[in-house]
Design a protein around this ligand. Structure first.
Ligand code: M6R
Length: 619
């Protein structure tokens, strides 16, 4: 949601922090701010809008007070208080000696604010964060924790409800930065004579790949020499060190205008990396398997919970898992799941899909499922994030860092990982023979090449995108696994091009949506294979002819050599022939390119669509 970074070292903190914020800006871009400890003082600057506004502001006021080598920064996705200067982080205590940045929500902030106001504190922002700044400032100034910054933060954390990561600096403590974590992410980066804390490793990857993942309810103190971690009561706590397996180039644009375009191109690699190592000695393996084959055999129902694109990947999974395992699969929006009292027990497997591993709706669904004794398997792209930490088993997608807010390579990697989950279940339950599992896996392993073939058509698709950039609305139709692809295509267009876009199951058209068809309306149709699903194919051809007869402009994604559909396609985008269940891996790609190009032609920021953030850590 928000991006935070803290630093103590030997370089100018302002440069390190601004570089870190640049890489974290995908997490939120409503405002940005920095605090640097310099010569016994605390220099703070903050500005509404993108990081560029903050940098311009720093140029305007001068960077003289910001020469210190410890500090912190924040990039915000607003929750409490409008995205204006005075609500931007860092927030300070009344004495203006202490500063706090925060990611998450303090749920009991109204009570804390009332307490502070009753004691005569004047709050200058509408945020929940400012209450923390005053409370830690008071705890540091007097009483049991006076003069002890980590102890002051711990004491305040014990009073906070909600999910939060906090980073705190104090003018009297220039050699340390203190941070706390509950549910929201926080990692420590270990350099030579310098230490970092950040929402994710991309903030410090240019300086070090050695990192430490903090656990729940922990406080870390970073200094030039390293770090110490305790729980909120001050007891030493365990952490998990790890080495990041990608480098700076993965987190940079590499000559592309936008991260999203680079990430679309990286999809063959993302798929190959996700599949790598999961089929050995004729068997599918997961990453962290804390469920035995016997437990997988005892499963009698599967729920898939996720949000946004991850949810669409779950819809695709339903077709594969049901077909391969004969288990009933329900796919549920994570935000709805726990509020409708789903029937869960020990024999239920809940597959929680999340790129970030920190989406609050999905995390709460996981907690609810585990509370009901269901088994949870996480499909996640972020090593050690909260969702995999709280799950019984984990399958990581190895898409690498996804910076563009619109999910592309992570989505494709999720679809591939979900197939692995289906095959792992089929293998454990014996609903597929080992040679059948091997065949399915090898078909999957051929998909990176198929996606490469689709990418060769990028220029054709972009040209079409430019033609469509004036359209008022676009409809997307699909059947079977093409239906979730249609939903995903519509989501991409909505979030990037701010255009009205709807995805429909093509068979539903005649039950209402056909009334939307008017002269010239672009309708994108995702065709099934004429060989794989001949019955559906002919039905979809009829659907296209119905809308074409009513004036729609038909844009058809179809298998190479599908001549039957050609007369009904005003525009034809061909994709390679692949097995029916795997078609979303090729048919989604043109829709991603189309949405990005329409957004670009309309002059929008493809990587940072308005009102959105990459990971949504509030419900
Ligand atoms: O990190 P997650 O996979 O849990 O995120 C879920 C959704 O917020 C995400 O897929 C969102 O819908 C994307 N912006 C879609 O492009």
């Amino acid at each position: 949601m928000c991006g935070i970074v803290g630093y103590v070292g030997h370089r100018p903190a302002l440069d390190v922090v601004l570089d870190g914020l640049r890489r974290l800006e995908y997490r939120g871009y409503d405002s940005a701010g920095v605090a640097v400890l310099d010569g016994g003082g605390l220099a703070v600057e903050r500005k509404a809008g993108r990081l560029a506004n903050l940098e311009a502001r720093l140029d305007e006021v001068g960077r003289d007070g910001f020469a210190g080598t410890s500090g912190m920064g924040h990039t915000r996705w607003a929750t409490h208080g409008a995205p204006i200067d005075r609500n931007s982080h860092p927030h300070r205590d009344t004495a203006e000696r202490l500063a706090v940045v925060h990611n998450g929500i303090i749920e009991n902030f109204a009570a804390l604010r009332a307490e502070l106001e009753a004691a005569g504190v004047e709050l200058t922002s509408d945020t929940d964060t400012e209450t923390v700044a005053h409370l830690v400032g008071q705890a540091y100034a007097a009483g049991e924790t006076a003069g002890d910054l980590p102890a002051s933060l711990r004491a305040v954390c014990r009073r906070l409800e909600g999910a939060f990561t906090l980073v705190v600096t104090h003018a009297d403590e220039p050699d340390q930065v203190v941070a706390a974590r509950r549910s929201s992410p926080l990692v420590v980066g270990l350099g030579e004579g310098e230490t970092f804390v950040a929402s994710d490793v991309s903030a410090f990857i240019e300086h070090t790949r050695e990192a430490v993942e903090l656990g729940q309810d922990q406080v870390v103190v970073i200094t030039r020499e390293g770090y110490t971690v305790t729980d909120f009561d001050g007891e030493p706590a365990e952490v998990k060190p790890f080495t990041v397996d990608w480098d700076l180039s993965a987190a940079e644009k590499g000559g592309h205008e936008y991260f999203m375009l680079k990430e679309i191109e990286e999809q063959p690699t993302a798929l190959a990396d996700t599949l790598r190592g999961h089929f050995a000695d004729g068997r599918i393996t997961l990453d962290e398997q804390r469920l035995s084959d016997q437990e997988l055999r005892d499963i009698d129902k599967v729920f898939v919970v996720a949000c946004g694109s991850a949810y669409h990947s779950g819809l695709v999974a339903k077709y594969a898992i049901e077909h391969w395992t004969r288990l009933p699969v329900e796919v549920e929006l994570a935000s709805e799941f726990r509020y409708r009292d789903p029937v869960l027990d020990r024999a239920t497997l809940v597959v929680a899909i999340s790129q970030s591993g920190e989406t609050a709706d999905t995390l709460e669904a996981v907690r609810h499922a585990r509370g009901q004794k269901a088994r949870v398997l996480a499909v996640c792209n972020t090593n050690g994030a909260q969702i995999p930490r709280e799950s019984d088993a984990v399958l990581y997608t190895h898409a690498g860092p996804e910076i563009g807010v619109a999910s592309t390579k992570a989505f494709l990697a999720q679809v591939a990982a979900n197939y692995l989950v289906g095959l792992a279940l089929a293998q454990a339950r014996g609903t597929k023979y080992p040679d059948e599992v091997a065949r399915e896996f090898h078909a999957l392993a051929a998909m990176p090449d198929a996606v490469r073939t689709v990418l060769e058509r990028t220029e054709q698709i972009k040209a079409l995108g430019r033609e469509l950039s004036d359209a008022k609305a676009v409809l997307f139709l699909g059947r079977h696994v093409g239906y979730p692809v249609a939903l995903e295509g519509a989501l991409k267009l909505k979030e990037l091009a701010y255009m009205h876009a709807e995805g429909f199951a093509a068979g539903e058209l005649k039950h209402g949506p056909i009334a939307l068809i008017e002269e010239g309306l672009p309708v994108v149709v995702v065709m099934p294979s004429p060989k794989g699903r001949a019955v559906l194919h002919s039905k979809l051809v009829s659907n296209i002819s119905e809308i074409q007869a009513r004036g729609a402009r038909t844009i058809v994604i179809a298998e190479e050599g599908d001549e039957t559909v050609r007369p009904f396609a005003d525009e034809l985008i061909e994709v390679p022939a692949v097995p029916t269940l795997l078609q979303p891996l090729v048919s989604t790609v043109p829709l991603q390119i189309l949405a990005a190009e329409i957004a670009r032609s309309r002059g929008y920021d493809v990587d940072k669509p308005r009102n959105l953030a990459k990971s949504v850590t509030v419900e």
